[in-house]
Every structure is written in structure tokens, then in C-alpha cells.
Design a protein. Structure first.
Length: 185
């Protein structure tokens, strides 16, 4: 049983599957906080405001795919692990493509009753990586949330003149450098 509290983002459109996954996660990570969404907008909001330690995602979702989720996750944090829990990656080429695109792995839903056993080694690796930087982990998480919120705010500003647009772009570039420096710690 993993005792370290984990923040897990679950991107899943099927309520029954989400419940089963949450139950399986409860068997291996007792103090986890699990947030569930079935939209890209919700995923973005949780990445910004929740700053998960790991993302679990279905592959086929209404209006988007798991690769869209993976792309969004990597845009926010290159190091954030994502594993697909899906019923649709049954072709070797697609499975290889997900791994080459940056996914940490995938588990088929047909193995749902064994999900805890299949996820436990993966989550233990996440915890080991977290523990190695435990003294700065919470500060990094809070900084990342703040930076993401500022970046989102800047993206929504409707600049009226060229000077404002230029200044906003400079701020975004400075934030991007901060996010890179933040991840390096």
C-alpha cells in the first residue's frame, strides 16, 4: 500500500469505469486525492489548479482522444507521467505511437479487476521520484499553480495596442523560462 498522498487526475467519460478505477486506486494508494473530468477544458483547469502528480486517461473520449490529453499534459509539464487506462489500444502500432508520444504506458480496461496490481509499480515509481524531491515538491506545486494561473490570465487579456501585445508576449516568455527553471529543481 502506498502511504504517500498522491494527486491523481483521471480523464474518463464513463462514470462506471471512473468508479471502478477509483476503487482500484484506493486499494494501492490510501491517501490519494482523485479528480475526474471528461473534457479537455476540465483537464486544463485541473492541470492549472490541481497540479496532479500523475494523469490517468481513457483513449477514446467524446470529441477528443487521449493523445490530445497527452499533448496538453506535456505542454504543462514535460515530466508529468500519464498512463492510458483504455479499452481501445488494441493495435500494436497505436500502442507504440502513444509511448513514443510521451505516455508512460497503457493498461487495457479488460484487465480492470487487475488494475491495482498493474498500476502499483507505476505509482510506486511516481512516489520514488516525488520523494527524491520531497522538500521542494509542495513549493514547486504551488509555484506551478500560480504560474499556470498567470499564464491563463495573460492569454485571456484582450490587448488594445501593439505595445500591450508586445509586453504581454514578454511576460509570457519570462513565465515560460520560469516554468522551465521550476521543473529543473
Amino acid at each position: 500500500m502506498i502511504k504517500t498522498p498522491l494527486r491523481i487526475l483521471l480523464v474518463e467519460d464513463n462514470e462506471v469505469d471512473a468508479g471502478l478505477i477509483k476503487r482500484q486506486l484506493g486499494k494501492i494508494a490510501e491517501k490519494s486525492q482523485i479528480e475526474v473530468t471528461d473534457t479537455l477544458t476540465g483537464c486544463r483547469e485541473f492541470l492549472i489548479n490541481f497540479a496532479p502528480d500523475v494523469v490517468l486517461s481513457d483513449y477514446n473520449l467524446p470529441g477528443f482522444t487521449g493523445l490530445d490529453v497527452l499533448e496538453m499534459v506535456k505542454e504543462f509539464d514535460e515530466e508529468l507521467p500519464l498512463i492510458f487506462v483504455t479499452g481501445t489500444i488494441n493495435d500494436e502500432e497505436l500502442a507504440a505511437h502513444t509511448i513514443l508520444s510521451g505516455a508512460s504506458g497503457y493498461i487495457l480496461k479488460k484487465h480492470m479487476k487487475n488494475l491495482a496490481a498493474k498500476l502499483e509499480p507505476f505509482l510506486k515509481k511516481v512516489v520514488v521520484n516525488m520523494t527524491a524531491r520531497d522538500e521542494v515538491r509542495e513549493r514547486i506545486r504551488n509555484n506551478r499553480i500560480t504560474v499556470n494561473q498567470i499564464h491563463e490570465y495573460l492569454a485571456k487579456i484582450d490587448a488594445d495596442n501593439a505595445e500591450q501585445v508586445d509586453n504581454i508576449e514578454k511576460i509570457k516568455q519570462a513565465i515560460s523560462r520560469f516554468k522551465i527553471d521550476d521543473n529543473a529543481e
